[in-house]
Design a protein around this ligand. Structure first.
Ligand code: NAG
Length: 312
């Protein structure tokens, strides 16, 4: 198998962050700390939700699953990015690159679906409080989680099936911190115009539509609450604002990266950092620091743990 312009590429070069080594060390330390905090924070939320008797409501069930997805999403790109900061040769094999893109879109697609499910959960809780427990029963919740993973899988497979067999010959430099579809597709040595359009539709348009849908549904919830009583509004506002912040931080960069991916966009590296490194950490921060019930449950679990170890 010979490529048209010489041999096939088996490795890509990730440009990563350029700059003097002091800056690379600074990024290394910063991102390592952020990643460690992401893993610890999200595991803490999962443990609290699973073991705490006060948090057995649908919202926390979904939140626990969101934390799991956040951790997975961050783990699909961040560790490689961190080790690359210290590496002389920032290379990634073509298969490594394909694997990274597969998992990123798998977890990303699942998280996108879960955020919509969480908006639905808030809608039922706030607008149909009397039927909340019957509507959001365990079967439906499990179904939602399975649906999220399924949609993530379909979303990533639909793009990867078309990407995995692309021939790469000649160019192998990816000007980013990890492999991502728009940049990798551009390196293929065949005409990829239709595939590029497909990715814009599948990742970009999908994120944009979901984002608009989510903001619209939060608006509907607020309007409904406001019509009913003025006291409920401030309570709903405080719950929903956490959701809106998370949703905006997740979808904002996605929309920018995928809906306008093929113009060379100077700050796309920064945006990429945002939704794979920063957002997965912000979710636990936003949900726990602003949530008294979560904090109370964590404190209680810690006390239980302390007293149970003292008994031994
Ligand atoms: C996430 O969903 C699964 C499957 O529905 C469930 O068994 C699990 O308890 C959930 N995780 C958390 C942390 O709530």
């Amino acid at each position: 198998m010979d490529g048209k312009n010489g041999s096939f590429v088996t490795e890509f070069i990730l440009v990563g962050f350029s700059g003097p080594w002091e800056l690379q060390i600074f990024f290394f330390v910063t991102f390592s700390l952020i990643y460690a905090a992401t893993v610890v924070g999200n595991v803490l939320i999962m443990v609290t939700v699973i073991f705490s008797s006060t948090l057995h409501s649908p919202m926390y069930f979904l939140l626990g699953n969101l934390s799991f997805l956040d951790m997975c999403l961050s783990s699909s790109t961040t560790p490689k990015m961190i080790t690359d900061l210290l590496a002389e040769q920032k290379t990634i094999s073509v298969w490594g690159c394909m694997t990274q893109m597969f998992f990123m879109h798998f977890f990303g697609g699942a998280e996108m679906t879960l955020l919509i499910v969480m908006a639905f959960d808030r809608y039922v809780a706030i607008c149909k409080p009397l039927h909340y427990r019957t509507i959001m029963n365990h079967r439906l919740l499990n179904g939602f989680v399975i649906l999220a993973w399924t949609i993530g899988f379909i979303h990533t497979m639909s793009q990867m099936v078309l990407t995995v067999n692309l021939p790469f010959c000649g160019h192998s430099v990816i000007d980013s911190i990890f492999c991502d579809l728009p940049l990798v597709i551009k390196l293929a040595c065949v005409e990829t115009y239709t595939l590029e359009l497909f990715v814009i539709a599948d990742s970009g348009l999908l994120s944009l539509i979901c984002f608009i849908l989510l903001l619209f549904s939060y608006t509907v919830i607020l309007v409904t609450v406001q019509k009913r009583s003025s006291g409920g509004l401030s309570k709903a506002l405080s719950t929903l604002s956490a959701h809106v912040i998370v949703v905006t931080l997740f979808f904002g960069p996605c929309v920018f990266i995928y809906a306008w991916p093929f113009s060379s966009f100077a700050s796309s590296k920064t945006l990429a950092v945002f939704y794979t490194v920063i957002t997965p950490l912000l979710n636990p921060i936003i949900y726990t620091l602003r949530n008294q019930k979560m904090q109370g449950a964590m404190r209680k679990l810690r006390l239980q743990h302390v007293s149970s170890t003292e008994n031994f």
